[in-house]
Design a protein around this ligand. Sequence first.
Ligand code: NCD
Length: 313
Amino acid sequence: MFEKKHCRSLIDILDFSPEEIQDLLVTANDIIAHPEAYSECCHGKKLATLFFEPSTRTRLSFEAAMYELGGHVLGFSEAQSSSASKGESVADTARVVSCYADIIAMRHPKEGAALVASMNASVPVINAGDGGHLHPTQTLADLLTIYREKGGFENLNVGLCGDLKFGRTVHSLINALSRYPGLKLWLISPEELKLPSYVKKELLQEKNIHYVQTTDLEGCMPELEILYMTRVQKERFFNEEDYLRLKDSYILTPEKLHNARADLCIMHPLPRVNEISVAIDDDPRACYFKQVLYGKYMRMALILKLLKEAGTL
Ligand code: NCD
């Protein structure tokens, strides 16, 4: 008999308090230091990865996280191979999968899909990206990277560059950072790809956060401690012409770093297209591959937290 119970989910990074984020960081650091202590924590538990949109890192990182906790994984990696192609609703899929798995990670092209799933599932749901809206687990990866590189989140000078309109990783990262004092943001994008006004209004203006909107990456470089590059989100464009015109708006090359700080931390959620020249990969300031690894540890910490809160562990 299907029993509907309410479970804690992660849909928006703001669902977790700063204290809870801190606890996840501590757990992730402990997993990094003592991985063997966690290798059987999720013995017999199952994670379902429901990916209605392409993914490499996020899905594999969730799967690797669950395997490293001693658990199992089931799921699908494209909408065509699921019953969505027969017209099944997200709500029904969530109910059905709750009968098979202890926790769900879901990526979907529609904004709000993970929220709908969480309202209908009887197990915790993790938003692994909903359209151009949010991507809280990428933010967990970003936060661990910043924490390990910079030691904390206060008084940071952060540049966000590229597709700030459709880039869900940017929206979630701003949500998270907006809660720490002394934040200064440089929003670097072409006119057409500026941060949506709802994010600006609800997060930056209402919280009185200092921000500069600019098209000039090199002009703000000397100020930045963190530079978060993003890909122009091809799949969210209505016409290809606009994408082709905007896709190479920003390409970070070694020359463009001539006036950057020695302690700059260069981040990117990946996949990279052209935004960061491969010539930067060996620069000690390039943190984007570390970010990938940190994402796995934060997902391990997250799975543990949500399963414990659901009473499954
Ligand atoms: C991001 C995403 O899916 O939003 N990728 C990821 O999960 N690391 C960024 C992107 O696709 O550009």
